[in-house]
Ligand binder design. Sequence first.
Ligand code: GDP
Length: 454
Amino acid sequence: MEISDTIVAPATPAGEGGIGIVRVSGPAGEACLEKFFHPHRPVSSLKSHRLYYGRFRSSDGKIIDEVMAVIMRRPNSYTREDVVEIHCHGGTLVTRRILDELIDDGLRLARPGEFTLRAFMNGRLDLTQAEAVIDVIRSRSDAARHIALGQLEGRLSTLIGGYREDIADLLARIEAQIDFPEEDIPESDQALFAHICKQVIDQIDGLLATFDSGRVMREGISVLILGRPNVGKSSLMNTLIGEARAIVTPVAGTTRDTIEEGLCLGGLPLRLVDAAGVRHTEDPVEAEGVRRARHKASTADLVLLVVDGGRPPDEDDLLALESARDTAVLLVVNKCDLETIPLPAPFGELPQVRVSAHTGAGIEALKERIVSIFVGSDGDSRESILLSDRRHRQALLRAREALQRFIEAQTQEYSLEFMALDLKEALQALGEITGETTPDDILERIFTRFCIGK
Ligand code: GDP
């Protein structure tokens, strides 16, 4: 990848605002300031990391704007190259004019994420940290932001780096043996190799086990509200989100399709889906809604199965329960402001919360219960490292497989060369997480998720 040229991009979103920032990175950074920025003293005398007032003039000397500019000289900058930022008045035209001047002068418009790509290529960030940058920007909840910041600090990289060191050490021992093929590996060494390998596998398993919590914190939990018509699903949805989004009506079967809302519960992002009422029906439109609800139930993280607390469950309630058979279910016994009856099996045995969507009774308890299903009530997950990215998980699984093969190869007395290959494959997989061995096409895919100017 080419990193010798100088790139430029707007760092603030398009549109009106207090200020707009144009960002430059590369060897020509200082020269472009010399040419276009006119402070009260020579640009060469400007201190690094200080903001200076001056005028930005076009190449033919016309004032484009009054600006503040800063140069962050390498290597103490985001990209480890000379970075220049020009803070102009916010507004599309001013930013555009400044960009045009710089591009006409030979700078190249940066691709999305190219500043961070340079930070990665120049060793300022590893790949998990670079990915964390975009996760911080995109995070929609405190929990997601917390995971991303931990990753940005390098906590995941430190962990992966530790596994890699152990495996590299093991590989060195195996390779030393390959060099002396006539000598048998002492049994004590064989046991040690298997022990080290097993330890790394255990640690990888520990990290993999955090994926479910990590994923829901990063991507959000999808919660489906399911139940037969008229039990109060739309009312519950409205109460949970606090506004009248779905139409509440006493006529059965009105929510024909699904309605989706995003909300935050206990710092967790949540996608709440109100599905069509589930019931045996001849109406083809409604039947399609029921089919979709069942499909949604199979892909949701949690189903809130709503029943009317005042009526004995019927066939349609059973159908709804049956639709959710592959998913975690929390029974929501609604209409508890009215008289309720004891629920028979199998409903009585489900984990349940009693609420009234009308009065709001029990709703807080319901919210707490939802959060605790995913985060656990101890809250300690906020301190530990959580695996949240599918790419990282795939690579860890591959590393784990290779290590498992190494252990098996040892018991089968395969050749040392084979065993070394397994370890190399594990190293390769782990290196893809932190970026040491990541193929270019995957790098490209990661950085195109970024915005321009980051
Ligand atoms: P859905 O078909 O399951 O979405 O049910 P709706 O939310 O449309 O509600 C059906 C009927 O039950 C409406 O007349 C609501 O006013 C009523 N309802 C919903 N929740 C409650 C509740 O907590 N208490 C009482 N008393 N009525 C409710």
